[in-house]
Ligand binder design. Structure first.
Ligand code: SF4
Ligand code: SF4
Length: 310
C-alpha cells in the first residue's frame, strides 16, 4: 500500500525564500518535464538532478537541501534555465543554497582560490603582481626575437590603451607559453591593448563560492582600475565563467563604469584599418538555445559565441 505524503504548510522555507530573491523563482510552476535534467552536466551525480532538486524544494524538504553537497556539483552553467519552458531559475536556487553554507565549510578548493584572489589582488593562483610582471616582460622579449613579432607589445597599466585585457592567472604560473598565441593574434589584428595590474586575473571563484562581497570586490576593483587607465573596452577572452562573472557582476552590484565590456575584437578603433577584422559578434541579447557550445562544431559562423542571459 502506498504511503501518503503529507506536507506541512511551509511559508518560510526555501521555496518562499527563492521566490523572494529571484523574480523567476516560482518553483511551483514546474511541469516536471525533465528538460532541465536531460541537459544538465550534474545530472546523476550524488543521485541528484535539477528537476529532483527543485521538486524537493517545492515539497519543503528544506533540511535535506540545506547542506546537500550537490549544490557544489552544479556548474552554474544555466543550461537548465535556458531550456525550461516555465523559465525557472534553478541556478539561482543553487546559488542561494550555496550562500547559506557557513563560509568555512564551503569546498576548500573554491574557497582557497577566492581568498588567494582577494589577498594577492591578482588572481586565484595568488601570484604576486611582480611575478606576473616579470613573466610578461620576459616572454614578450622572447617573442620579439621571432620573425614578424619584432615590435610586439605586452604592456601592463598603459594609460589610454583601447583594450584592457584580463588573464587567467594559471597560465603565467603553469603554462606561460600559452600567453603567446593571444598576444600574437592581438598584434596581428593591430589591437591597442594593455593588461591591468589590480585584480588582473580573469577568473572569479568568489562567484562560485556564492560570496557576493568578494565577487563584488574583484569586479569593482577591475572596473575602477580600467576606467582609471582610460581604456575604452574591457576585453575578456577568458572562459565562460570569467565572462559571466564580470558581465553579471557589473549589473548585480550596479558597478559604474565607462568602458564597454566585450568578448571579442569586433570593436576596433576607427582608423585602425582593422575595423573589419573577423570577429565574434557581441550584442547578441541571449543564447539561442544553449550557452556553452563549441562554435566551430555547432555554429555555421565559426566566430559566433552565445551571449549569456540574465
Ligand atoms: S525544465 Fe523547468 S518545468 Fe521542466 S522539470 Fe525542469 S524546472 Fe520543471
Ligand atoms: S546550472 Fe547547469 S549544472 Fe546547474 S543545475 Fe542547471 S544545468 Fe545543471
Amino acid at each position: 500500500m502506498l504511503d501518503i505524503l503529507r506536507l506541512k504548510k511551509n511559508t518560510a522555507g526555501i521555496r518562499q525564500k527563492v521566490r523572494e530573491v529571484v523574480p523567476d523563482g516560482n518553483l511551483s510552476a514546474c511541469l516536471t518535464c525533465g528538460a532541465c535534467a536531460s541537459g544538465c552536466p550534474a545530472t546523476g551525480l550524488m543521485d541528484m538532478d535539477p528537476r529532483k532538486f527543485l521538486r524537493m524544494a517545492v515539497l519543503g524538504l528544506d533540511e535535506e537541501l540545506e547542506r546537500h553537497p550537490w549544490v557544489w556539483a552544479c556548474t552554474m552553467c544555466k543550461r537548465c534555465y535556458d531550456v525550461c519552458p516555465m523559465h525557472l531559475n534553478i541556478p539561482q536556487l543553487v546559488y542561494y543554497l550555496r550562500s547559506q553554507w557557513p563560509r568555512s565549510e564551503r569546498p576548500k578548493g573554491i574557497l582557497g582560490s577566492c581568498d588567494h584572489h582577494i589577498k594577492s589582488r591578482g588572481g586565484a593562483m595568488g601570484v604576486p603582481f611582480e611575478d606576473f610582471k616579470f613573466t610578461v616582460e620576459d616572454l614578450a622579449e622572447e617573442c620579439r626575437q621571432q620573425e614578424g613579432f619584432e615590435d610586439l607589445k605586452a604592456d601592463i597599466d598603459r594609460e589610454g590603451a583601447f583594450f584592457a585585457l584580463n588573464q587567467n592567472s594559471r597560465e603565467p604560473v603553469t603554462e606561460p607559453d600559452e600567453l603567446l598565441p593571444l598576444w600574437k593574434i592581438l598584434h596581428t589584428a593591430g589591437a591597442d591593448w594593455t593588461y591591468y595590474s589590480d585584480m588582473w586575473g580573469g577568473e572569479n571563484y568568489c562567484m562560485f563560492l556564492a560570496d557576493d562581497t568578494s565577487w563584488e570586490t574583484i569586479v569593482r576593483a577591475q572596473a575602477a582600475h580600467i576606467d582609471k587607465l582610460g581604456c575604452k573596452v574591457f576585453l575578456n577572452t577568458e572562459c565562460g565563467h570569467s565572462f559571466f562573472a564580470v558581465w553579471s557582476g557589473l549589473q548585480r552590484f550596479k558597478i559604474p563604469h565607462k568602458f564597454e565590456f566585450k568578448a571579442s575584437l569586433n570593436t576596433m578603433p576607427n582608423g585602425s584599418g582593422r575595423e573589419n577584422f573577423p570577429s565574434i559578434p557581441t550584442g547578441i541579447p541571449r543564447a539561442s538555445n544553449s550557452r556553452f557550445r563549441t562554435p566551430a562544431i555547432l555554429s555555421e559562423n565559426p566566430w559566433e559565441i552565445p551571449w549569456p542571459r540574465t
